[in-house]
Design a protein around this ligand. Structure first.
Ligand code: ADP
Ligand code: MG
Length: 343
């Protein structure tokens, strides 16, 4: 038994800017397990952003398209517990041999390997054997491999052999799409108004979004009433991570200026100084991510630039985030600040 949950499919995993690289890498791996340079494939990102879903989608897809392959999904906790059981029974070799027979091994949440030295030794042996035999490894983690304190350097260096791809918080439009897909799957009906309200107010992660949808459903059936905006507002008031403050373009502009130490008025002028241009582009990107304003309105907040400038900035930031790790970290730090400010 592969221990996979069949509901986790690529089809159900909505693609957006937040997960495009990871999702496509996952697809590639599922098509040619063990035969691409994405080995291991490390999927990392915060809680509720789809690591387990995506990792399991790969497994389910492989089972479908390569029925002969042995696929196994295991959580790190289970892996560690199994190891300790075998260790107590002097059967570590059996443990290692068992895992060495797998074609596609998915280990979820490897951050729990931290400081489990003996388990890491066994995993090192398994990893080497599988990798050398052209078998596929897929790992997930709640942080980038370089930040996995307590994991042996020899393992981390092997994680770098393949591809590390991250999952980010979905932007507003992707959140709407995710909600609409969930509603369709569950045969639910909700006005666009309510969907937008949920997507706008719940920007922490996908699990929270699903949680809100479920509370809303429960309330509507309990009270035998339709899900309308009034009910949505009532339910969300009791929902933990609701944004209470509306994030405005001005708020984002101020935050970015503080962060990069760029004077506010420079953002609105035509200055072409590198750090000003960078701050301006990132602000436009974040404004598109975190506010409901149209591209036109966003442009107007930058000394009357037009919407094509905003589109260009958005694309530039996305491209740079894919290629420049330091840049990406700055943008992600800003995203976190904004999310905090919205709570
Ligand atoms: P993680 O393992 O990163 O904590 P999960 O994979 O458990 O997150 O995802 C949390 C929930 O959100 C799951 O129900 C999952 O199906 C859903 N989810 C996450 N990302 C997406 C997405 N891009 N499209 C649709 N559903 C998603
Ligand atoms: Mg998970």
């Amino acid at each position: 038994d592969s221990q996979l949950n069949p509901v986790y499919t690529f089809d159900a995993f909505i693609e957006g800017d937040c997960n495009r690289v990871a999702r496509r890498a996952g697809k590639t791996v599922a098509e040619k397990p063990g035969a691409t340079s994405f080995n291991p494939l490390v999927i990392y990102g915060g809680v509720g952003l789809g690591k387990t879903h995506l990792a399991q989608s790969i497994g389910n897809e492989v089972k479908h398209t390569h029925p002969g392959k042995v696929v196994l999904y295991v959580s790190s906790e289970k892996f560690i517990n199994q190891f300790m059981d075998h260790s107590r029974n002097n059967a570590v070799n059996d443990f290692i041999h068992f895992y060495q027979l797998i074609d596609v091994l998915i280990i979820d949440d490897v951050q729990f390997f931290s400081r489990a030295e003996k388990t890491q030794d066994a995993f090192f042996a398994i990893f080497n054997h599988l990798h050398q035999s052209g078998k596929q490894l897929i790992l997930t983690s709640d942080k980038p491999p370089k930040d996995l304190d307590g994991v042996q350097e020899r393992l981390l260096s092997r994680f770098r052999w393949g591809l590390s791809a991250d999952l980010q918080v979905p932007d507003y439009e992707t959140r709407i799409e995710i909600l609409e897909r969930k509603m369709k799957n569950d045969g639910l009906d909700m006005s666009k108004e309510v969907v937008k309200y949920l997507a706008y107010n719940i920007s922490s992660n996908v699990r929270e979004l699903e949680g809100a949808l479920i509370s809303l459903l429960a309330q509507s059936s309990l009270n035998k009433r339709e899900i309308d905006l009034e009910l949505a507002k009532k339910v969300l008031r009791n929902f933990v991570k609701t944004s209470s403050k509306e994030i405005t373009i001005e708020t984002i502009q101020k935050m970015v200026c503080d962060f990069f130490n760029v004077p506010y008025d420079k953002l609105l002028e035509k200055t072409r100084k590198r750090e000003v241009v960078q701050a301006r582009q990132i602000t436009m990107y974040l404004a598109k991510m975190f506010t409901k304003n149209s591209l036109k309105t966003i442009g107007e907040h930058f000394g009357g630039r037009d919407h094509t400038t905003v589109i260009h900035s958005f694309q530039t930031v996305k491209d740079l985030m894919d290629t420049d790790l330091l840049y990406r970290e700055s943008v992600m730090e800003l995203q976190q600040k904004i999310q905090l400010a919205a709570m």
